[in-house]
Ligand binder design. Structure first.
Ligand SMILES: [Mn+2]
Length: 260
């Protein structure tokens, strides 16, 4: 069983080359389950605002060799489950189990009070209903203004405010008795060994990006941080855990190019 977790493509029709790059990079990676962990689209102002590029990309993801799951990010949380299902993609709020937790990751950034307040407001059904009832052009203007405001806030914000908070990470791992948490959102790709388990962070994308493979075979689980591009797939770091043992061990082999 192989799962591939990617996030933060931030696809925007003003740059079609990024749709192509993401598509070609994923096409190189056959897997049983493709998990799109949020902020796949730079903005989503309603399913009726989808462009031809969005449509083709979702069609590609839904037609992928295995199952495709979609987790909302903070930028594309208005994409609906019905719309995704029409491409064969299942919307899930998050993946939580003892073997694996996958979330977008904004839930972990609890030092950013302003953002958490905003999140609470816009994730209410009433906010979404009011917004989606506005004409498309008005929604486009609102989204543009929000993006601009977000860029200005980010430029003036301390690094630590927008990163995942250690106590939250521990809490998530312990709540689901898990030793593996994978998320995006912070755009800080890495593998972190925490006292309760391993945390893998996926990257944002330009024409390539960093995703995570989870391979489960018999009694062994391997987690690989991978650089994915249209031309090659390179494992940069790999960790392994044997069933019945709580500890992750980092594999010593250096960077390898793999044909997956
Ligand atoms: Mn995000």
């Amino acid at each position: 069983m192989r799962q591939l977790i990617v996030s933060d493509f931030h696809l925007d029709p003003i740059d079609p080359s990024r749709y192509r790059a993401a598509t070609e990079a994923i096409a190189r990676c056959p897997c049983d389950q493709l998990i799109l962990a949020g902020d796949i689209f730079e903005t989503w102002i309603g399913d009726d605002g989808a462009t031809e590029f969005d449509f083709k990309f979702l069609e590609f993801c839904g037609g992928h060799s295995g199952d495709t799951l979609f987790i909302h990010g903070n930028r594309d949380f208005l994409i609906t489950g019905d719309y995704l299902q029409s491409f064969g993609i299942s919307l899930v709020e998050k993946i939580t189990g003892p073997d694996l937790i996958v979330i977008h990751g904004d839930e972990l950034c609890t030092n950013d009070n302003n953002y958490q307040e905003f999140r609470k407001k816009v994730r209410k059904t009433s906010w979404a209903d009011t917004f989606l009832n506005k004409p498309l052009a008005e929604r486009q203007t609102i989204a543009r203004n929000l993006r601009q405001a977000s860029r200005e806030t980010q430029a003036n914000r301390a690094e630590s405010i927008s990163d995942a908070v250690e106590s939250e990470i521990q809490e998530w791992l312990q709540r689901f008795s898990s030793t593996l948490l994978i998320h995006g959102h912070t755009h800080r790709p890495a593998v972190h060994a925490h006292p309760s388990g391993l945390r893998c962070v996926t990257s944002d994308w330009g024409l390539s990006g960093i995703g995570v493979f989870v391979d489960t075979r018999d009694d062994v689980v391997s987690v690989s941080l991978c650089h994915l591009s249209p031309d090659n797939t390179t494992v940069t770091e790999q960790w392994t855990r044997y069933a019945g043992t709580p500890e992750w061990k980092r594999n010593s082999s250096s960077v390898v190019s793999i044909n997956v």
